[in-house]
Ligand binder design. Structure first.
Ligand code: B1M
Length: 216
């Protein structure tokens, strides 16, 4: 099968909420040497975003969105293993990463973490729906260099501002670098709230994290 056929089958598996097919496509693609990051970005991720569009227009409903997300997660688990096996491990820095409070979207965060790990950045994943206090405490406990937050809802991105404000209030702002991401975030938003970096996708998150750590 060609690379573009894998891409369209990956999209189709997510849109059809077909978990078994998604896992099979991921495994087959890996066996044929398809780049797992490429397949995630161009295939599975496009499929889940397309599902989001359909959901936004009322053409599919929440149960289908949940099934599509589970399909995406099953494929991501297979591809993540391959991504980790291909990566290096020497530690360049530590990052604490969380999906902000009130937000359960963690697929994109998972992809970002997967790529950061391959570049020698140790990531402490705090999970999703994580309160600001817990994020700050984890950053202190783990002596983190960077705090990364993911937010997918136009309401929950406010928690990224809360983090900045709280770091300032506790005189900790200069102790950590901060990075924000997630669909509603922009460079403008990062500038507005005073975050050190914004990344649009996982590849850019790696570039920005390495820059923040002083490894260009
Ligand atoms: Co929800 N959801 N969802 N959802 N969901 C969106 C975000 C939405 C845009 C869909 C829509 O209506 N079109 C909409 C938000 C609208 C808005 O805020 N204005 C929405 C809604 C409304 C909701 C609910 C409120 C629905 C409901 O209950 N009625 C509810 C909210 C729950 C909550 O969080 N409190 C909800 C629930 C869910 C599911 C549970 C079903 C599921 C999430 C499952 C999971 O993640 N475990 C889900 C999904 C799957 C989506 C969409 C379809 C896909 C998100 C995704 O995984 N994208 C989404 C539509 C969309 O995004 N277009 C949608 C693929 C992923 C690879 O991309 O997450 O953007 P992304 O991550 C990218 C970049 O953003 C970046 O790199 C990643 C990899 O390239 N990035 C970072 C992300 N984090 C980063 C951090 C960084 C750097 C880069 O540094 C720290």
């Amino acid at each position: 099968m060609s690379q573009s056929e894998y891409v369209s089958k990956a999209m189709g598996a997510v849109l059809n909420c077909d978990q078994a097919q998604a896992v099979e496509i991921a495994n087959q693609a890996l066996a044929e040497g398809v780049d797992p990051v490429f397949l995630l970005n161009e295939g599975f991720s496009v499929g889940i975003r397309e599902m989001g569009e359909l959901f936004g227009h009322g053409e599919v409903f929440l149960p289908q969105l949940i099934l599509a997300a589970e399909t995406m997660k099953a494929a991501t688990a297979v591809l993540d293993q391959a991504i980790q096996e291909s990566g290096q491990t020497s530690a360049k820095g530590t990052m604490v990463m969380a999906t902000v409070e009130g937000d359960v979207h963690d697929i994109g965060k998972g992809i970002v973490i997967s790529l950061l790990n391959t570049q020698g950045i140790k990531v402490i994943d705090l999970g999703r729906d994580v309160p600001t206090d817990k994020i700050i405490q984890a950053a202190l406990d783990n002596n983190a260099d960077i705090i990364g937050t993911s937010a997918l809802l136009t309401t929950t991105i406010m928690a990224q501002k809360k983090l900045e404000d709280e770091l300032c209030r506790r005189n900790l702002r200069s102790r950590f670098k901060t990075m924000v991401g997630g669909a509603p975030c922009t460079q403008r938003w990062a500038n507005k709230i005073g975050a050190d970096a914004y990344a649009e996708d996982a590849a850019e998150a790696v570039t920005k994290a390495l820059e923040l750590l002083g490894h260009k």
